[in-house]
Design a protein around this ligand. Sequence first.
Ligand SMILES: Nc1ncnc2c1ncn2[C@@H]1O[C@H](COP(=O)(O)OP(=O)(O)OP(=O)(O)O)[C@@H](O)[C@H]1O
Ligand SMILES: [Mg+2]
Length: 293
Amino acid sequence: MLNITIIAFAHHKGGTGKTTSCLNVAGFLQKSGKSVLVVDCDPQASATVGLGIDPDTLELSMYDLFMSTFEGFPDTVISDIIIPTTSGIDLAPATLDLVGVEPYLYSIEDRAGLLRDALAGVRDTYDFILIDTPPSMGQFVINGLIAADHTIVTLDPGTFALKGMEALSTVFGDIRDILGENVTSEFAILTRWKGQDDRATGTGGFALFLKRIFSPGPSAEEVKEIEMLKAFEVEVRKTFKQVFVVPYSPAIYETQQKGLPISHYAPKSSAGSEYRVIADALLELDKKYGKDV
Ligand SMILES: Nc1ncnc2c1ncn2[C@@H]1O[C@H](COP(=O)(O)OP(=O)(O)OP(=O)(O)O)[C@@H](O)[C@H]1O
Ligand SMILES: [Mg+2]
């Protein structure tokens, strides 16, 4: 029996923590001894940069993989474009060129399953494949959702309501109706979350001590925001089977500057600890639902 779990990180709103969550979960899975591939399905190439790769230096990328479907473009399979990164995570990288693929995709009927079919070529190479998707409702997101066994929805403090989820549920419904594929999302990650106690200070310790001494209490506005976030968290918990809360942490930015996941740079930071919990939950899921191939 060969187990592989494919997970897509999605939300059509920008900046909800898709890439951060994808890379940091990938990092902890890799540290647990799993072979991990990150697929960057976003023309912004943030996952590529976040793993320390400069998109301008790439000879082959997701662009070539998608374009090989069309006549006149060279044959490219996923193993051709995969590169190793310093973290030990493998990467199917993106470049800005990827933007140019979408209009082509609309010209073919069988466009939604391209990534799923491409990933079939590396099913026996990896334990986990994590797909980072762009903030849109376009073909890259649909390809990511269809290729994945599980979808993780990321929500940030600016989301405030599950209205955004309605749009995502509509996409799930369309995929079911048109393609007969059942896409659901059992997991949500609340990112940069401030609705908790004082975990927002990140590393805690002396910094937290100083903050408590010098800063005045939260303003009325902050108190209101925290209350709204708590109410939203309750709503999210009713919608998803499992909800993870990652606090705001300066360590996130620092690790991104290093081109490494938090697992490889600041695993014990507040955000690092939570991403470890998420990775552990996925390892459990993998054990439970590992599929015969
Ligand atoms: N827990 C956190 N603490 C502090 N900053 C964070 C945290 N999570 C994410 N960020 C920051 O929030 C910003 C948005 O995160 P990220 O790029 O992961 O979102 P995204 O959903 O992938 O964005 P896009 O929709 O543009 O692809 C980034 O600058 C990232 O550094
Ligand atoms: Mg992103």
